[in-house]
Design a protein around this ligand. Sequence first.
Ligand code: SF4
Length: 466
Amino acid sequence: MTAPAAKSVSPHTSGHPRAAAAFVRDDERAHWHDQALWFVRVKRDRQAHALPEWEALRETAGAIKSHVMSRLDEYLEQFEREAVRRGAVVHWAANAAEHNEIVLGLLRRHGATKVAKSKSMLTEECHLNPFLERHGVEVVDTDLGEWIVQLRGEAPSHIVLPAIHIRKEEVGELFHRKIGTAAGATDPLYLAAAAREKLREVFLNCQAGITGVNFAVAETGGLVVCTNEGNADLGVSLPKLHIACLGIEKLVPRAADLGVFLRLLARSATGQPITAYTSHFHGPAPGGELHIVLLDNGRSELLAREEFRKSLNCIRCGACMNTCPVYRRSGGHSYSATVPGPIGSILNPARDVGQFSTLPYACSLCASCTDVCPVKIDLHDQLLAWRREIVVAGHLGLGKRWAMKAGSFVFRRPRLFSFLGKLARAALRWSPRWLVYGPWNPWGKQRDLPPPPRRSFRDEMRRRKR
Ligand code: SF4
């Protein structure tokens, strides 16, 4: 297939390289962010290695999700039937706009103006908070990390650890300004207690609770929500109205399958054997209403693309982010997308290939993401496949296009490749150290070059002639 004439890169391009450059400019933060995520990755490894059946669990989970995707229509209908039988109301939303309208309609019908929301990447995807706030509804994110980024007016930078890019000193300063904690306080226990006190007020006074959903069981019509803070349970305990927002890909066939996914999820996400709270909802609480909003928003189109279908198997554990050398060193916000990291670099171009054309290149193709994914998504293969799609669609930037052409020219000529390799080695060896390690050269900061030659270049040449 020949590529069509290249279009100019979209003006809305996410510009990962530019945003990543801004992140790494703060060298200390970039290193600290890298180490914080690596710490989580190591915890995950310890948990995974402690389970002899780990690989079998991954295999089973991947197979179950692929089976669900092959019969998604049937499982969705079964789920709706069972959920309705248990007293829930099921709504179908084709896109983010419909989803938000449904949620707003429900809140208006109940006269709700204050809402406690637990962590839900789906509502982030739909930009639900700003939409509701524009319509006079106050929404409070009750997950501590989400609340911190909400107070800062930012989006989460990670799907499981939304405030991983923020230091405790910054949280202390933020809480001092926003909720009046002691100036200069950085003790996490003190700050968490202050947040708890504030959020209790929200739980006591909200008129509706909105939650995301980790798993929806087709067999029972039940919903499973996992949190470490119990905020989802608190948010829906007092109000009469519980709205659960759910992507259509979150289904599992049977309640028995949960054992596989729950064991994988917490271990992969944070290196815990299980999340502190795993709450099951079957129908509304007595006297209350449970509304389930099922969202498509491009998922069925992805389902129709065999090469990328497996990306719908994602259980949003975030392990691929914690291990990714690019994510760890460039920060979640550099992806300019709700879901960042390796899985985000696959899901976002599926939504808008022009806007997110730089994301599949934010990858070293080391395949570490594929190695840790609990549902065995072939992430690095899909990232490579997206690069091909981007070239074919004509969204590759000019610089990269010429670099690829030059690379391909050299790689096809082994003698030229070997000559250029020697030339580069010599240039690095003989170039003055200040040129390589100077503050203007970020590349040099990360390199250990061979020791500098003891003789000058001229002496070396003379020696060789002799
Ligand atoms: S792609 Fe795999 S590793 Fe990444 S968030 Fe999804 S399930 Fe976790």
